[in-house]
Design a protein around this ligand. Structure first.
Ligand SMILES: *[C@@H]1O[C@H](CO)[C@@H](O)[C@H](O)[C@H]1NC(C)=O
Ligand SMILES: *[C@@H]1O[C@H](CO)[C@@H](O)[C@H](O)[C@H]1NC(C)=O
Ligand SMILES: *[C@@H]1O[C@H](CO)[C@@H](O)[C@H](O)[C@H]1NC(C)=O
Ligand SMILES: *[C@@H]1O[C@H](CO)[C@@H](O)[C@H](O)[C@H]1NC(C)=O
Ligand SMILES: [Cu+2]
Length: 873
């Protein structure tokens, strides 16, 4: 259903649009849930069209009723485990997450591409948390077929994991008791923190300016021993600024391994305190640290104190211009895309795709076609990493794999008119966790947008032609702790597809100690009194299962290379000519690639068997797109903390065989078991042969055998080497933190497909034709305008156009546009002014925003898998 958002528009003649304070009826808080404008008095009369997807969205998340049914089924199947919806202890059994088990591509393709085939079996994927041998485990299970029937079974889900396991056994420390331990630890050193930081833990006023929070960062070492460091932070409460308020005292904590003692209770919350670190000096234990602190002449470093500098906004400043609102984009006549909200299916100028969202990885798009031809089977986020470095015990080992916290789980409601245009379509998501379903309202948006630059233009002596660059964006924003990632899938009229990620929010800074033996700026810049900007890499992995004009594809590098050549026409003047040429190198094995130097190679994925009208293979180019420099891979080589959790980060992109058994390049639980990760990417990109038989059409084959059919998958990164500077305070800015990868048609069609969908105008100028030469040539376009024998430009154009009737010109029946002097529009221009309601310019956020509060996670794992165990109903 594609009902139009209800909002009335009055047309004005003549003067164009006006801002209006007219009261508009029919605008309720429901407006943002109810899509689309109701277009009154607008020509052409736009009727509500029912738009339905051609097929079921087989990737769609479980509906709340499905989830409920599965939950009931599992509670019975697992009755012995005492499944609870309100876990209160690490070792309680609960269903952490429940969502759709993505169907195998080999089952989906017959459904999509043949008439007779039924949709693939629908199955759920459940993550169970339960105790085994006194330790908590997370384990994956498949439940199906759905709907629940006597045939429905629950089985361990192992096939997607390279480890062959379906569980992670290293449990997180019990966060609530660990936090309590940290607080008590901080209280026990209140004398020291007061002396050095002018602050102490204050349970009565935990968020006061001189209160302290104590956060642990824990790690397992190679031997499986859990240890960590506690660091103090000032709370930065209002804006959530605590990640730029680190304090310079660190305490080492080690887990006391009591698990073999058999008691079970509280084992993983027992910690022993070891060394202390302050101002570049490591103290063996608390007694030595305390003694040193209160010794006369002890060298202190100034603390990192909160203040207005951490506030995200300045409500009061009024530089010239701030008294006016900025220009914004409007869409007075409704969208040109069609959206089936139920199936999450979109059609827009030749693009067609489905989308869905998952808890770990957020929004993904599926079965992307352009002008009826396949382009991609899947485009989806896999993992978002931030890897830090530093000269203190916290920053030096800090790293986050944010799918563990949940890119979808933490994708909160979008702010209409700001995160996305007021006119966007907003869609909800549902999270099925702990046997409950939580609705995340309006956390995905879809909209068209017209760029500030044209798609194409050309000026001639007698005309100028301009085409607008309008594109379609599917957007969500994941706020994971300190950072906000805006994630876009962008579709362009020429068939290009872009993945773009922009970061904002607070950096995770490090404490900046000022003392004589400090190595300045080795790990960041000083950005406030006692704050280092803390160097880190963002490496964000996406999967693109390209099916360029079918599943059988080949990847090549097309190199632009310098060469020295001898040409007969150069003889005898030049013996040899230094020039350049193209040379193609096939990629014959699974491998990781970095973006080429000087952009000197094109990474192309070609159809193995489909060619365009010119006999060239249909292809798409993969290119590091717009943003701040080219997209990165992880600088750290063989990261100590990551071990094998994120080997995908070590190259810019990868090409691998597509397999049902390798649906993802990462798993969220890799974060808590990096040494033995469920998905080890090196076992996906393991050098398998990519050469295949071109005749083999589209039937996906079983895994691991030699009948590889040419179906390949690309993994690629966006992100940045983030060296925050003073301008990242208080927040990182989205325009410079942006990075993207583009998939650009390369001989995919016979010419630029945007020509038939774009909106623009040709201005036919009045004066006479001035000859056909290049400007500046005799008879060229620079002035010889006194030859009255020449036909008028209009006549000439008409003649030329009439010639172009061989199907190579305007498609369809008849109807050659007759060029006339003046403005010749193609596509539909605006023809009348519109009177817009205030809501189209500035949504009433008192009404249009539904959320009362957000359960944002902090990055100490609370609110994530570990914290979840203790979440109150
Ligand atoms: C389930 O709960 C019952 C009643 O509280 C208890 O006796 C039993 O030991 C529990 N079983 C497990 C596996 O925790
Ligand atoms: C990576 O580091 C681990 C642990 O330090 C070491 O065992 C391994 O050999 C290293 N691998 C490479 C490729 O350097
Ligand atoms: C999906 O593919 C895997 C690997 O071949 C297989 O083990 C699994 O049973 C398949 N799932 C379904 C629902 O057929
Ligand atoms: C961790 O989560 C629990 C339960 O959700 C909450 O009560 C507690 O305050 C949280 N701790 C912190 C430090 O946010
Ligand atoms: Cu950053």
């Amino acid at each position: 259903m594609d009902s139009r958002r209800r909002l009335s528009i009055r047309c004005l003649t003549g003067l164009g649009f006006l801002l209006s304070s007219v009261a508009f009826l029919s605008l309720t808080a429901d407006r943002w849930r109810e899509p689309r404008l109701n277009l009154k008095n607008v020509e052409p009369a736009t009727k509500v069209r029912v738009f339905t997807a051609p097929k079921t969205n087989v990737w769609a998340d479980l509906r709340p009723d499905e989830a409920d049914e599965v939950y009931k089924f599992l509670s019975k199947e697992w009755v012995d485990l005492n499944i609870t919806r309100t876990p209160r202890h690490t070792l309680d059994s609960f269903i952490y997450t429940l969502e759709t088990l993505q169907p195998n591509k080999s089952d989906v393709l017959p459904y999509l591409w043949t008439q007779e085939s039924a949709p693939p079996q629908r199955c759920a994927k459940a993550v169970l948390s339960h105790a085994l041998d006194g330790r908590a485990h997370y384990s994956y299970h498949a439940v199906g077929p759905l709907p629940v029937s006597p045939d429905t079974r629950v089985v361990p889900l192992t096939f997607p994991f390279t480890s062959g396991r379906h569980y992670v056994s290293k449990d997180m420390p019990d966060m609530v008791s660990t936090m309590e331990f940290c607080r008590s630890l901080a209280e026990s050193v209140a004398d020291i923190t007061t002396e050095l930081l002018g602050a102490r833990v204050d349970r009565d006023n935990p968020n006061g300016p001189d209160s302290l929070l104590a956060f642990p960062r824990t790690t397992w070492n190679d031997a499986g021993h859990l240890f960590g460091w506690v660091q103090f932070f000032r709370p930065g409460y209002n804006s959530g600024a605590n990640s730029i308020l680190p304090q310079g005292i660190y305490a080492r904590i080690d887990a006391v391994d009591g698990s073999s003692g058999g008691e079970g209770e509280d084992t993983d919350a027992d910690w022993k305190v070891g060394e202390w670190f302050y101002n570049g000096v490591l103290y063996e234990n608390l007694n030595k640290f305390r003694a040193a602190v209160f010794e006369p002449g002890f060298l202190k470093t100034p603390p990192n104190v909160d203040g207005p500098w951490t506030d995200t906004e300045n409500f009061d400043a009024s530089p010239d211009g701030r008294e006016l609102p900025p220009p914004i984009s409007i869409q007075p006549l409704g969208p040109r895309y069609k959206l089936d909200r139920k199936e999450r299916y979109v059609s827009w100028f030749g693009f067609e795709f489905y989308f869905t969202s998952t808890q770990a990885t957020g929004v993904s798009v599926h079965d992307v076609r352009f002008k009826g031809e396949r382009v991609m089977y899947e485009l989806s986020l896999q993992e978002a990493m931030a890897h830090y470095a530093g000269d203190d015990p916290m920053a030096s080992g800090q790293e986050f794999l944010d799918s563990f916290f949940g890119m979808g789980t933490n994708a909160f409601e979008l702010v209409p008119g700001y995160d996305c245009p007021a006119y966007a379509d907003y869609l909800d998501s549902h999270l099925h966790r702990l046997g409950k379903t939580e609705r995340l309202p309006s956390n995905i948006c879809l909209f068209e947008f017209t760029s500030d630059h044209l798609l194409s233009r050309h000026t001639t002596a007698t005309s100028v032609t301009v085409s607008r660059n309008t594109f379609l964006t599917l957007r969500s924003v994941s706020t994971v702790g300190n950072y906000d990632y805006t994630i876009d899938y962008v579709f362009y009229l020429d068939g290009a597809i872009e993945v773009k990620v922009r970061a904002s929010g607070y950096i995770f800074g490090a404490f900046y100690a000022r003392n004589a033996h400090k190595t300045e700026d080795e790990y960041g810049h000083r950005v406030h009194d006692a704050l280092s900007s803390s160097l880190h890499d963002h490496v964000i992995s996406f999967k693109a299962d390209l099916d360029v004009a079918g599943t059988a594809n080949d990847m090549v590098h097309l190199a632009v290379e310098p060469v020295t050549k001898t040409y007969p026409w150069d003889q005898p003047h030049f013996g040899r000519r230094n020039t350049m040429h193209l040379r193609e190198y096939p990629v014959e094995r699974e491998t990781g690639l970095d973006w080429p130097k000087n952009a000197g190679e094109f990474y192309l994925v070609y159809s193995s068997d489909k060619k365009n009208a010119w006999g060239e293979r249909k292809g798409y180019r993969i290119v590091s797109g717009t943003g701040i420099g080219s997209t990165p891979h992880l600088t750290v080589v063989n990261s100590t903390v990551l071990a094998d959790a994120a080997r995908w980060a070590e190259k810019d992109l990868w090409v691998v065989r597509r397999k049902d058994t390798e649906p993802r390049g990462a798993d969220p639980f890799n974060y808590i078991d990096p040494v033995n990760p469920l998905v080890d990417f090196t076992r996906i990109a393991n050098g398998e042969d990519l050469v295949h038989d071109d005749d083999n059409e589209t039937s996906p084959t079983a895994d691991g055998d030699d009948s590889y059919d040419g179906d390949l998958v690309i993994y690629f990164n966006v992100g940045s080497h983030h060296v925050p500077h003073s301008g990242d305070v208080p927040n990182t800015l989205a325009h410079t933190s942006a990075s993207s990868v583009l998939f650009v048609p390369h001989n995919f069609a016979d010419r630029d497909p945007s020509r038939e969908s774009v909106q623009g105008v040709r201005l036919q100028l009045k004066h006479k034709r001035e000859g056909a030469g290049f400007p500046g040539q005799p008879g060229g376009g620079d002035g010889d305008d006194d030859d009255d024998e020449e036909p008028s430009e209009e006549e000439e154009e008409l003649k030329l156009r009439a010639r172009d009737g061989n199907g190579n010109g305007r498609e369809g029946k008849g109807g050659h546009h007759k060029l006339h002097t003046g403005a010749n529009y193609f596509g539909t221009p605006y023809r009348r002014g519109v009177n817009l309601p205030l809501e189209a310019l500035e949504p009433d956020l008192e009404k249009a925003y539904q959320s009362g509060s957000h359960r944002v996670s902090d990055l100490s794992s609370n609110g994530s898998a570990a914290g979840m165990r203790f979440q109150e109903p």
